[in-house]
Design a protein around this ligand. Structure first.
Ligand code: XUL
Ligand code: CO
Length: 440
């Protein structure tokens, strides 16, 4: 057994809601059955490599604050530093009992001077990941390529005005897909880091969108070529870093996928803070994705009501997680997706144990959301209300409309006979919100 890098952190076990021990789960009980499935299988928790291992706590006004003993004596951005992170990361996942993780290529291994040298660095880290995955049983939820940090992507990657940036991005995605397959990843994510614009003065929007469509088709072709069986996801976000990102929200992504004939190849990876930046609730985005059969996975975090940017906080709002789980349960739960904590500790939470507290908080909040959502579903009053609200559509006219059997002329005949619509009923929003609260 290798030496522990977090010696003060025990294995986190379920201790029940009465426990006052910091390093325990109060609600996440992996083996507990909810609607006939274990919490572990419902939630499919995943830890992200970028925030957890690479986050330094720096912001626009200050240097990093994070203390990471396992990196001591290594140079920032070195391969040695990257190697030291691997066992620490898997110790964290293992102690949390998180079954999955997610990465960008360049979180794992640093940028090198050339593409082939970068690929070589990545391959060296992948060997270490394999060992750790085997020892701990932690699996890969999804991989992705970081096509937004390097200056070569200043104008975007697949939507760059420069064809060489497009080619470089393609090469990076190709390699990241190969690595994801090698590590048995269950999915691969496309988040358009700089796929958007800062000003339309210098932008040919149509040409950029066409290039993005072409890029995605190449990815689909390459997926087939290498026999990667995982799911492809697009992750919507409306802004940041660019003023307008093309994949701005779930509806925009679905429209893009339909327009470029890609819908059958992609699902969506919906992130809470991206939803709120787009002016939507997370549940709205989940419902929009689900309606198109494209609910794939979630990046679980939350923003701050008073800050207008992507704060990527750990999800600790029970209302939010209950809403998420209501929609996820309604649509049959995750298959290849999961609850991926794309979340970072605050700059002031600089100690290694904060990483553990943060994940415990997120996992317990989602476990509570799951249990509450299941209780609301079992109670059935809200579902029944919604079903009943649409009952006029179950009658013969409603059925004729839903089955495309009537047109405006028949409907006009019906309306003329009616005189007025008299069967309107209350939407009862406040009553329904009170029922929801009964279970919180
Ligand atoms: C950025 C973001 C990314 C994606 C993966 O806001 O959410 O980390 O999840 O590229
Ligand atoms: Co994300």
């Amino acid at each position: 057994m290798a030496k522990s890098l977090l010696p003060n952190i025990p294995k986190i076990e379920f201790a029940g809601s009465k426990s006052r021990e910091a390093f325990t789960f109060k609600h996440y009980n992996p083996t507990e059955l909810v609607e006939g499935k274990t919490m572990k299988d419902h939630l499919r928790f995943s830890v992200v490599y970028w925030h957890t291992m690479c986050g330094t706590g720096s912001d626009m006004f200050g240097w990093g604050t994070a203390v990471r003993p396992w990196e001591k004596g290594t140079k920032a951005g070195s391969l040695e530093q990257a190697k030291r992170r691997v066992p620490a990361f898997f110790e964290i996942c293992d102690k949390l009992g998180a079954p999955f993780y997610a990465f960008h290529d360049r979180d794992l291994a640093p940028h090198a001077k050339t593409l082939s040298e970068s690929n070589n660095y990545l391959d060296q880290i992948v060997e270490l990941l394999k060992e750790q995955m085997q020892q701990t049983g932690v699996k890969l939820l999804w991989g992705t390529a970081q096509n937004f940090v390097h200056p070569r992507y200043m104008h975007g990657a697949a939507t760059s005005c420069n064809v060489d940036s497009f080619a470089f991005a393609a090469a990076q995605v190709k390699k990241a897909m190969e690595v994801t397959k090698e590590l048995d990843g269950e999915g691969y994510v496309f988040w358009g880091g700089r796929e958007g614009y800062s000003t339309l003065m210098n932008t040919n929007l149509k040409r950029e969108m066409d290039h993005l469509g072409a890029f995605m088709h190449m990815a689909v072709d390459y997926k087939k070529k290498i026999g990667f069986k995982g799911s492809f996801y697009i992750e919507p976000k409306p802004k940041e870093p660019t003023k307008h990102q093309y994949d701005s929200d779930a509806a925009a992504c679905l429209n893009f996928l339909r327009e470029y004939d890609l819908l059958e190849h992609f699902k969506l990876n919906i992130e809470t803070n991206h939803a709120t930046l787009a002016g939507h609730t997370m549940q709205h985005e989940l419902e929009v994705a689900s309606a198109a059969g494209a609910l794939g996975s979630i990046d679980a975090n939350m923003g701050d009501l008073f800050l207008g940017w992507d704060t990527d906080q750990f999800p600790t709002d029970i209302y939010l997680t209950t809403q998420c789980m209501l929609t996820i349960l309604k649509h049959g739960g995750f298959t290849t997706g999961g609850t991926n904590f794309d979340a970072k500790v605050r700059r002031e939470s600089f100690e290694p144990e904060d990483l553990i507290h943060a994940h415990i908080a997120g996992m317990d909040t989602f476990a509570r959301g799951l249990k509450i959502a299941a209780a609301i579903r079992k109670d059935g009053r809200i579902d029944e209300f919604v079903k009943n609200r649409y009952r006029t559509w179950d009658g013969s006219l409603g059925q004729k409309i839903e089955n495309g059997k009537v047109g405006f002329s028949e409907l006009e005949k019906h309306a003329l006979k009616l005189g007025e619509v008299t069967n309107l009923e209350s939407g009862r929003q406040e009553y329904l919100e009170a029922i929801f609260n009964e279970f919180i």
